[in-house]
Design a protein around this ligand. Structure first.
Ligand code: ASP
Length: 357
């Protein structure tokens, strides 16, 4: 090979090596995406309530452990490229199965000693949503809400129709006594006394066999559950599930199953899950309002959440969690406590219960 041929062969190789070198240096030198923005992020809440002065270590630890386990399940999905929709559903299912929370097992009682559950889910990528209201025989209302979104032309199914649809979709059906916990029955008796109503001797169904056992941590400040997430494709989703308010009239529907009131997501702004006095969240379209304020007033997600809680709602009305499309999270409440947690691709994993005002 003469000198000329050698130059012709080597020049492109050297050029390629230089380019690869430059690229490597610039990639290493540039701040990674993780440090600027979260590639994925997730936040959860376990209901707005009051912080009991005597909340002991056992109850606090049990609550925080449940929150961490739920966050870890969501993290597993999001960190392996799963969707925000799958993450919020999976997390809410776990919290519905946990008797400490007022959602699924552990749901509160209506005035009639029954349980009527509400849930909804929203997909920010396509503005699809689904909800169930006053469902009575489903172990996991959030799964049914997702099926309403994906397998019907509707956004909300209520009562008997919701239960019948869930059975058609082969979802796990349970009897009402599945939802029983001592704590919630005690809370019903207290609420009935405060309303000047006669106490109920027992629920509207025969007491289940495990009714003597108190569950560790079940008296903590835990209620409705919700989850918001951003996935690595930039999609946002939100899900919320509840038994509603203790001592509610049978048939009462709160904000939780209503997209725009208790749950909302659009990929342009944020995903939102609310907890608190449902009537107030419905009257003021709070979940959608968080997104609208970002859009129309240029608020960031935290400013929007604060504005809704402090300027629109009344003090003590509840709490909101939200995540924006860059993975920034806001978790605020105007109550004494809101069990909550956050995790993201930058390695954050935190849980908390009390709220500092
Ligand atoms: N927002 C729920 C409802 O009104 C209750 C709660 O979040 O605690 O049904």
């Amino acid at each position: 090979m003469n000198k000329h041929q050698l130059r012709t062969v080597c020049a492109p190789i050297i050029l390629a090596l230089v380019l690869v070198g430059l690229l490597t240096v610039s990639v290493l030198a540039a701040p990674s995406d993780d440090r600027l923005l979260a590639r994925w992020a997730i936040a959860i809440h376990g209901g707005a309530g009051s912080l009991l002065p005597g909340l002991d270590r056992v109850r606090r630890d049990s609550l925080e452990q449940s929150l961490r386990q739920a966050l870890q399940a969501g993290t597993k999905i999001l960190s392996t490229g799963g969707s925000a929709l799958d993450a919020v559903e999976t997390v809410v299912v776990m919290l519905e199965d946990d008797p400490q929370f007022n959602a699924g097992k552990g749901a509160v009682f209506t005035r009639a000693g029954t349980h009527e559950l509400d849930a909804s889910i929203m997909d920010g990528a396509r503005l699809r949503c689904g909800g169930v209201a006053g469902i009575r025989f489903q172990k996991n209302p959030i799964k049914v809400a997702r099926l309403v979104m994906e397998h019907t032309p509707h956004v909300l199914l209520a009562g008997e129709g919701a239960d019948a649809f869930a059975s058609e979709q082969r979802q796990e059906r349970v009897a009402q006594d599945y939802f029983y916990t001592n704590r919630r029955f005690r809370e019903l008796q207290k609420a009935l006394a405060e309303m000047g109503e006669k106490p109920l001797e027992k629920p509207a169904y025969p007491l289940p066999v495990d009714s003597r056992t108190d569950i560790p941590g079940e008296d903590g400040p835990s209620g409705t559950v919700g989850c918001v997430a951003l996935d690595s494709r930039g999609n946002l989703a939100a899900a919320t599930s509840t038994g509603g308010l203790t001592g509610k009239l049978p048939g009462r529907v709160g904000d939780t199953p209503i997209c725009g009131a208790g749950t909302y997501a659009n990929n342009e702004n944020c995903a939102v899950s609310c907890t608190g006095k449902g009537e107030q969240f419905i009257r003021n379209s709070i979940a959608a309002r968080v997104a609208v304020l970002m859009d129309e007033r240029g608020f960031n997600v935290d400013e929007s959440v604060s504005y809704c809680l402090n300027e629109i709602l009344e003090p003590g009305d509840g709490g909101i969690i939200a995540v924006d499309r860059q993975g920034r999270i806001s978790m605020r409440a105007t109550t004494g406590a809101m069990p909550r947690g956050v995790a993201d691709s930058a390695g954050r994993l935190e849980t908390a219960i009390g709220i500092d005002h």
